[in-house]
Design a protein around this ligand. Structure first.
Ligand SMILES: O=C(O)CCC(=O)C(=O)O
Ligand SMILES: [Fe+2]
Length: 352
């Protein structure tokens, strides 16, 4: 971040982080053994489903253990990410995102119009990934996006592809549990992802920052995904807004757990039974920090709307339908420059 205008990173006073935020005591930690081990009983799955249901309802954010993703793979990816970002800006910019595809490296993203103190590399989980060509609702042209892969470190491509496969397996399992917790059949959500999912993975790098009380690594936001599976390194920084009292609580890193957060799409599908949750990442003066979110997204032409099983006369739909790909594209375009206005949010689709 040398030679940049620091002013654009400064958050409005009400959004500035408190460096003494308390650590989250209550974030549910859920043991996924019933779905990842061989000898499992229906009653264990039942209990797990209930646990997932209350975590979704009360927090929208939880940690999972015994998730089945090999620790060595996660370590390798964090190591590869560290190596990539340690290169010179010039080398990193050789794989910058551009007009032909939003996959690649970039160092300026604006969350809610304030610049984040971070650098990023995005990859699509599927190649090619089909996406709408424009945000215009009446334009049905589709484009194919492919990934950029850095040459350094050399094993990058293999590691990231292997990791993405593991994330996808875990995401499908979690979606099954979430479906059951809503009283739906286990595979209810599968159809939206099985062909043409637009999931992507992001390597976040937060360099040390000399004014951590004024800036944020990622400003407060809700993920637009169906759900997000997040790996963070051992450096603290992630904060979640607790639903019950609207206070920021810090999520302590645990080296082998994943953090799961519900995204806007589940909020709409469940007609607000579950909600996506505001979260943000703080930076600090001494240590760099790395995190790797995997955003699980349906096919771009999925019409996202409250599921018919979950609506009735007493509980009418709370959202008007929207196309998953158009919303995501809108956000992607607008997060990359200063707009002097709020970006599109899920509440903009809310029916009065
Ligand atoms: O770095 C983190 O812990 C959170 C990152 C995040 O929320 C995001 O990239 O959407
Ligand atoms: Fe996020």
């Amino acid at each position: 971040m040398e030679g940049v205008d620091h002013q654009e990173f400064v958050q409005e006073p009400q959004h500035r982080p408190s460096l003494s935020t308390m650590e989250a005591q209550g974030i549910p930690v859920i043991d996924l053994s019933p779905i990842t081990s061989n000898n499992t009983s229906p009653s264990a799955i039942d209990a797990l489903t209930k646990e997932i249901g209350s975590a979704c309802k009360e927090w929208g954010f939880f940690q999972v253990t015994h998730h089945g993703v090999p620790l060595s793979l996660r370590r390798n990816l964090l190591e590869a990410s560290k190596k990539f970002f340690s290169q010179s800006l010039e080398d990193k910019k050789k794989v910058s995102r551009d007009e032909s595809s939003p996959s690649g490296y970039y160092e300026s993203e604006y969350t809610k119009d304030v610049r984040d103190w971070k650098e990023v590399f995005d990859f699509f989980a599927k190649e090619p990934t089909l996406f709408p060509a424009t945000i215009d609702e009446h334009n049905h042209r589709v484009v194919q996006w492919t990934n950029k892969y850095p040459h350094y470190p050399p094993a990058f491509r293999d590691i990231i592809q292997e990791y993405i496969e593991e994330m996808e397996k875990l995401a499908y399992k979690l979606m099954e549990l979430i479906a059951m917790s809503l009283g739906l059949e286990a595979k209810r959500f599968e159809r939206f992802f099985i062909r043409g999912q637009t999931s992507f993975i992001r390597l976040n790098y937060y360099p040390p920052c000399s004014f951590p009380h004024l800036a944020l690594g990622v400003g407060s936001h809700k993920d637009e995904s169906a759900l997000t599976i997040l790996a963070q390194d051992e450096v603290e920084g992630l904060e979640v807004k607790r639903k019950t009292n609207q206070e920021w609580v810090r999520v302590k890193p645990k080296s082998n757990d994943y953090i799961i957060n519900l995204g806007d799409i589940i909020q709409v599908w469940s007609n607000d039974r579950y909600e996506s949750v505001e979260h943000r990442a703080m930076v600090n003066c001494e240590s760099e920090r790395f995190s790797i979110p995997y955003f699980f997204f349906p096919a771009h032409d999925t019409e996202v709307k409250p599921l018919e099983e979950l609506i009735n006369d007493q509980n009418p739909p709370k959202y008007r339908p929207y196309k998953s790909g158009k919303f995501l594209l809108y956000r992607m375009i607008n997060d990359f420059k200063k707009q002097n206005k709020d970006n599109l949010q899920i509440h903009d689709y809310k029916l009065a």
